[in-house]
Design a protein around this ligand. Structure first.
Ligand code: B3K
Ligand code: ZN
Length: 874
């Protein structure tokens, strides 16, 4: 297939003003009747073409007359119809097969055929699996949807929009109708039908609309929806206050399914969630999962404005809704929880997921220039880097200015399919600022390197900071341009105190924090009246998504780690210092950084004023994937060992007695409570137990055994199990078996059991994964299960996956092939685990190359998997 290019965009020649859909629902076969009111662009002379895939056409009529076979024809991926005029009404009737749909795109069955329910997933191009339609986001229509089905088998019938009648039909059947008055693109269409329970709550919007909030799940899960309901209400209030956005229908439905390709979907008025991102209760969800539920509920809800009311002109603009919505979700979570911790979490994710993407063969700009399969572009770059770009804009405009900008953006583009330019225009215009220089960030792939070099002139009491930028070539862009990089900074004196800033050429001086924007290759900034040689704290709060290269001495980083009041930058200094410590261990150079890192953390360990959760994060050095990003030749085993060595040094430095005492103290306070302090306690307790296990595995495992047995929460239970499984295989067998039996009927808890074992490091992982594949609960058909075992193995277990003999790659490639036949989206997503293979040391690189080449040679690969594997080998 040929790539689709942004440069080739053309407005639709035909639009659909109104859609009426009629569903005769059945598990094996569903019939869909569609009636489209067509509008023609008088400036274009294109025939009417509609997209459709795997549809069995039953009938077709134009303006009330059945169409003769000569007046329509099937073309590649679609249907062409002669004789349509502006105002024509096209009626089609098709049959689709939900139970046979294993790709989980379009209309499909969730769960067993006897008891499962029907649902849809349309973004990006699933609607064409339901009916013939101009399936593109710039075609917006009002929808009237009528569902008909057997009442006993499908007691609940839902579609997006407001309810507009329901009733009985002959033969035990019934019907329900929904009208959505807000014109929407087809990707936001949704329906759900089956046996579901609900919880509800009334909500009154700030602008006075009464809304019924309803969360639906299968009977065994409905009791676990209350937390999501609370989170939904918090999200709605927050969006009213932070962005002035009110909900706009009379009902808001949220539905949970165990069979879903991603986290959740923002269908208008009918959000559908992967159960993993919706269900929560203390017995089966970890603290991290609670926060994730809150964040995803907010994210999908926020899309009602950033995505639905203002949608994307074409899929190249995906980050217009995703980057912005991730940013909104991040701000919400920061407000609900701890802002510095949230920032740490987000930046860690960016480094772990987006940096490797941006540095490898899958690199693409936040606004890609071309794609073959759009589902492959729901990436960390579009989402997470996209959110960083919005954060830079928000920082530039300030809180009030950004709000002025988003108000204008929403007002001006309401009901439209917009572009990134529309976004920058509105933000800029509302503030009298030209933001077009930031457009370059959207078009250029690769992570910029920001170099910082400082010189202090004691005689003149001047500090000169030289900043320069460089983005390595890649993604078909040999010459990268300079980007505007906002650098938030502060200077510290040797005593750890902030110095007042007098920056040359800046009007507001004397404060202790400033932002400079580097918008050329290199620039020098001179600070006057600097009493002593300062230590700069740069990119505070991570003010731009770049890699900072600064020649700090270890004691300078230690100073920031100890004194920076900005929680994020304090953590960041610790991360940089840990990286330097790893380098020293690797190169056998004098271990000053090791000592500096360990000493600073040992002191912070005793600091009663430090929050437990920040301490837990400070005690965690960068992960193996992040460390690997810095190497030109990657040996995953070596990186694993270096990181373990570093942790060992830290544990020794803190000392066994202190670790043990702290663990006991934290364990004594253990409850199931979900407040911030209790969560922080659990987080620190787990870190401490892990460190203790490095010094005295027997003692740590005794603690873990007791903790597992009496755990009041899933966080404690899983934490204990992880320590046992890592440090005492024999002793972990019984609790692992206990967990397996105890949660036999809880798919989400079982996923964690699979993932925990898939993550155990070392060469034994492969055999373990194979044994787990034989577990009767394992199946490739369920995305969560496949991700839990295979995805975790390949992406979360570097020493296990990257075996020198290549057996990890071979097994994985075989599974990708099997998966591709069932669910191309999941196969393609999991295949990205091979990213970075070119930088592996020669033996592993050879082996990975062989597995990828073998995969690529298959002639029946889906477009999804073929694009990923093809790009990987480019
Ligand atoms: N918009 C959906 C993602 C759809 C993915 C399609 N392959 C969820 C979200 O980002 O909110
Ligand atoms: Zn989204």
């Amino acid at each position: 297939t040929l790539p689709i290019r942004l440069a080739d965009y053309r407005a639709p020649a035909w639009r659909v003003e109104r859609v009426e859909l009629d569903f005769e629902l059945g598990i094996d076969a569903t019939e869909v009747a569609a009636k489209l009111l067509l509008r023609r662009d008088p400036a274009q002379d294109e025939p009417l073409r509609l997209e459709g895939e795997q549809l069995e056409l039953l009938s077709i009529a134009l303006d009330g007359q059945p169409l003769p076979a000569t007046a329509w024809r099937l073309i590649e991926g679609g249907l062409e119809v002669d004789g349509a005029r502006d105002g024509s009404v096209l009626e089609t009737r098709v049959r689709v097969h939900p139970a046979a749909n294993t790709a989980l795109e379009g209309l499909y069955l969730s769960g067993p055929r006897e008891s499962g329910f029907l649902l849809t997933q349309c973004e990006a191009q699933g609607f064409r699996h339901i009916t013939w339609f101009p399936d593109r986001p710039d075609v917006q229509s009002t929808y009237t949807v009528t569902l008909r089905a057997d009442r006993a088998r499908f007691p609940v019938l839902l579609a997006g929009g407001n309810p507009d009648g329901a009733g009985e039909l002959e033969g035990g059947r019934h019907w329900a109708r929904f009208v959505d008055p807000h014109p929407k693109p087809s990707y936001l269409f949704a329906l759900v039908a089956g046996r579901l329970e609900k919880i509800e709550r009334d909500y009154r919007t700030a602008d006075g609309r009464n809304v019924q909030l309803k969360i639906w799940a299968e009977a065994d899960a409905i009791d676990r929806c209350h937390y999501a309901m609370d989170a939904l209400e918090r999200s709605m209030r927050w969006d009213e206050q932070a962005y002035g956005r009110n909900y706009d229908l009379d009902v808001f439905h949220v539905v949970a399914t165990h069979d879903f390709n991603m986290g959740a979907m923002e269908n208008k008025g009918l959000n559908i969630f992967n159960a993993k991102c919706l269900l929560a209760d203390p017995d089966s969800s970890t603290d991290d999962e609670y926060r994730r539920v809150e964040a995803v509920i907010a994210h999908e809800y926020f899309h009602n404005w950033s995505g639905n009311r203002v949608t994307c002109r074409d899929w190249f603009q995906l980050s217009l809704k995703e980057g912005f919505t991730v940013f909104r979700e991040q701000s919400f979570s920061a407000d609900m929880n701890s802002a510095p911790l949230k920032r740490i979490e987000d930046v860690s994710l960016l480094r772990r997921a987006q940096f490797p993407e941006d540095a490898g063969p899958l690199a693409h700009p936040v606004r890609p220039a071309e794609y073959r399969e759009i589902n492959n572009f729901y990436t960390a770059t579009v989402y997470e880097k996209g959110a960083e770009l919005v954060r830079m804009l928000a920082g530039k405009l300030g809180a009030a200015g950004f709000r002025r900008g988003t108000d204008l953006y929403f007002a001006r583009n309401d009901g439209r399919a917009a572009t990134i330019e529309d976004f920058l225009d509105a933000l800029g215009e509302a503030n009298g600022i030209d933001l077009t220089p930031y457009l370059a960030w959207y078009g250029q792939a690769g992570t910029p390197r920001l170099r910082a070099h400082g010189e202090y002139d004691a005689a003149r009491r001047e500090y000169a900071l030289t900043l320069s930028q460089h983005t390595p070539p890649g993604a078909g862009q040999p010459h990268k341009q300079a980007l505007p990089i906002p650098v938030k900074l502060a200077l510290f004196g040797a005593d750890g105190r902030l110095l007042p800033l007098h920056l040359d050429g800046q009007t507001s001086t004397g404060g202790t924090e400033a932002v400079v924007v580097l918008d050329r290759i290199e620039q020098r900034y001179v600070f006057r009246d600097v009493a002593t040689r300062p230590v700069p704290s740069l990119l505070r709060g991570y003010s731009a998504p770049v890699i900072l290269e600064c020649d700090y001495a270890p004691d300078e980083l230690a100073l920031l780690l100890t004194h920076d009041p900005d929680g994020f930058n304090r953590w960041e200094a610790g991360q940089q210092l840990a990286v330097r410590a790893c380098d020293a261990l690797r190169d056998g150079t004098p271990p000053q950084a090791v000592a500096a890192w360990c000493d600073a953390l040992a002191a912070l360990f005793d600091d009663a004023g430090l929050d437990a959760d920040l301490l837990a994060d400070l005690l965690t050095p960068p992960g193996e994937i992040e460390l690997a990003e810095r190497e030109s030749v990657v040996d995953p085993t070596r990186i694993h060992m270096l990181r373990q060595q570093l942790l060992q040094h830290l544990a020794v430095r803190i000392g066994i007695d202190k670790l043990d005492a702290r663990y006991r103290a934290l364990a004594a306070q253990s409850t199931a409570a979900l407040d911030a302090a209790s969560q922080a306690n659990r987080r620190l307790k787990q870190r401490v137990l892990q460190l203790l296990a490095l010094l005295d595995p027997a003692r740590a495992c005794s603690h873990a055994t007791v903790q597992y047995r009496h755990a009041p929460s899933m966080t404690d239970r899983l934490g204990a199990l992880t320590v046992l499984a890592r440090h005492d295989t024999a002793r972990s067998a019984e609790p692992l078996a206990h967990y397996r039996a105890h949660y036999a009927n809880d798919p989400l808890a079982l996923d964690k059991w699979f993932a925990l074992q898939a993550q155990l490091p070392g060469e034994g992982a492969l055999a373990r994964v194979q044994a787990l594949e034989a577990d009767p609960a394992f199946t490739l058909k369920n995305p969560n299960r496949a991700r839990a075992l295979l995805g975790t193995f390949a992406s979360g277990n570097p020493t296990g996956f990257h075996r020198v003999d290549g057996a990890g790659y071979r097994l994985y490639a075989e599974r990708l092939l099997a998966l591709d036949a069932l669910n191309p989206q999941i196969a393609a997503r999991l295949a990205t685990a091979f990213n970075g293979w070119q930088r592996l040391e020669p033996r592993r690189r050879e082996a990975a190359h062989a597995s990828l080449t073998a995969l690529a040679a298959h002639d029946k690969l889906s477009r999804n998997l073929a694009e990923i594997v093809g790009n990987m080998l480019k």
